[in-house]
Design a protein around this ligand. Sequence first.
Ligand code: TXA
Ligand code: MG
Length: 312
Amino acid sequence: MRGYPFCEGMRAGYAGEMSTSLVDAVAILRAGGLVAFPTETVYGLGADASKPLAVRQIFARKGRPADHPLIVHLARLGQIEDWAVMSPVARALAEAFWPGPLTLVLPRRPTVHDEVTGGLETVGIRIPSHPVAAALLSAFGGGVAAPSANRFGRVSPTTAAHVRAEFGEAVPVLDGGPCSVGVESTIIDLSGPPALLRPGGISIEAIEAISGPLTTSDTRAPGTLASHYAPRTALLLSTTPEEDATRLRSEGRTVAILLAGEPADHARRLYAELRRLDLLGVDILIAERSEASGLGHAINDRLSRAAAARTH
Ligand code: TXA
Ligand code: MG
């Protein structure tokens, strides 16, 4: 690109100066290293899922308990048989929503490492739709184990800059711009009757139209801990944010308000807003509860976990 300052500028502007390339990201995965990459939901912290030592680094880097299972990301349906056993309902959900923000928990093949599954007999699988994730997974050719690229318990990253704020220069980041969905994938456990483990980027209504009614499951999952996805500032989840703000201010406390909006739009900016508001140094963040439909379920789920992180 030498001699073409416009192209240089575009490259730096889009990918960021510290961004790694697709070719480098594949090489890092092949060598057993970690690379952060974009998906349509949030950025993931990826490692070759077939290398236990590589996968262990994810837990060390995140500060995540080792028995918490990871999602294996694949490029296409034809790869699933290497990892998991598909049922007819799994196939129907896969055909409806993959590639996309859905994770299926399925009976695992015996070859899948315990480092990935946390010793469970199941494995979480997702085929993401983000073009950069799809290109990475295709070029790599295997499964990429990846949790969200944040330190354990913290707000998930939806831009490359968020990932850098979590890990600094220690983790190379493949920059694919801001995530379009903004909250994590919906997780459905199909190891028994279809069960919702985590509301997310595909609405419960859309899933139930294919799977039939979902039950809830008590399968272990860190995303189901009461306290998770938390900013450092105390957070109040509210249906009357303005009134709560007036009351708290009259008690001498400083507040910042995050108003709800159209759910898909609100989901897209949720984590970036939580990160921005967290830096203001106010006493309390007040987040308006979203409508309880579509992506609103996922938004309210994340906000109530963030609220549970502190007592007020
Ligand atoms: O959108 C997403 O799902 C993002 C992107 C990067 O794909 N990933 C993500 O990963 O949110 P993580 O690790 O932050 O959350 C995955 C959740 C955890 O709560 C984990 O316990 C659950 O999936 N999970 C993974 N495998 C499981 C299994 N076999 N059984 C039950 N839960 C499982
Ligand atoms: Mg996470």
